[in-house]
Design a binder for this molecule. Structure first.
Ligand SMILES: C[S@@+](CC[C@H](N)C(=O)[O-])C[C@H]1O[C@@H](n2cnc3c(N)ncnc32)[C@H](O)[C@@H]1O
Length: 230
């Protein structure tokens, strides 16, 4: 199993993450596309609706299809969805836009596959805004910012609202829900962030002493396809 999938699995079962995904499913109607589906968790949770799932990584799609054999999965790019115009009532992209070379293309594609009145939901974190209590705040800031600087669009979550408005969506709403971890389950995430050596050892000791504290604000933006000219 890929490192990414292992990390996603570790976090996705937590009650806060489950509740957040439930919020992301609101108002999507009965035909949904989940773009950048990863392990396909949303496909399982939206099974009662017609749901299609898209991911650019064939290995991820294979893993997701093995987990959810009744799901409809496609290997495709977020900027070129294999769906006709106006063919889904809801579009969802969870923790995806930060890795895309041009997130605006994906949002324009979201609008294409939605009919007027269809709803798009974008959700994910702002990678510059990860709060970690540490005895070494200077190194902590460097770890967080180095990781953020290594991805195409680390601050895309604070742009979700403007992306939706600029691409023909109206009734745009934004909510921020903060995930909080105080136990060892977050240690693999801190290692993946780039934490190691004495810094990670301190976090491990904090977890053992019940003094670990990590908070990550998750942005949830939604908009309605205005149906105006594209
Ligand atoms: C961090 S994972 C999130 C997975 C899932 N949405 C979740 O919340 O668990 C990002 C996913 O986006 C996929 N991805 C990356 N670039 C993509 C692209 N251009 N088009 C579609 N999916 C892409 C990756 O393969 C990966 O599965």
């Amino acid at each position: 199993m890929s490192t990414l999938l292992t990390l996603l699995d570790a976090l996705d079962d937590r009650p806060q993450a489950v509740a957040l995904r439930e919020l992301s499913y609101r108002n999507l109607g009965d035909t949904v596309v989940d773009v950048g589906c990863g392990g396909g968790r949303a496909v399982g949770e939206l099974a009662a609706r017609g749901v299609r799932a898209i991911d650019a990584d064939p290995a991820m799609v294979s893993a997701a299809a093995a987990r959810w054999p009744d799901g409809e999965f496609h290997v495709a790019d977020a900027a070129a969805l294999p769906l006709p115009d106006g063919s889904v009532t809801g579009y969802r992209a969870d923790k995806v836009l930060h890795v895309l070379p041009d997130p605006a293309l994906a949002v324009a594609e979201a609008r294409r596959v939605l009919p007027p009145g269809g709803r798009a939901v974008l959700t994910g974190q702002d990678w510059d805004t990860i709060v970690i209590d540490s005895d070494d705040p200077v190194r902590t800031r460097r770890i967080v910012h180095t990781r953020a600087d290594g991805m195409p669009h680390p601050r895309i979550a604070r742009w979700y609202r403007n992306l939706l408005l600029d691409n023909g969506f109206t009734d745009v709403t934004v909510e921020v829900h903060t995930l909080v971890w105080t136990d060892a389950a977050v240690l693999p995430v801190l290692a993946d962030l780039g934490g190691d050596g004495a810094w990670l050892a301190e976090q491990t000791a904090r977890a053992a002493a019940d003094r670990l504290f990590v908070a990550v604000p998750i942005f949830l933006a939604a908009g309605t396809n205005s149906g105006g000219s594209r």
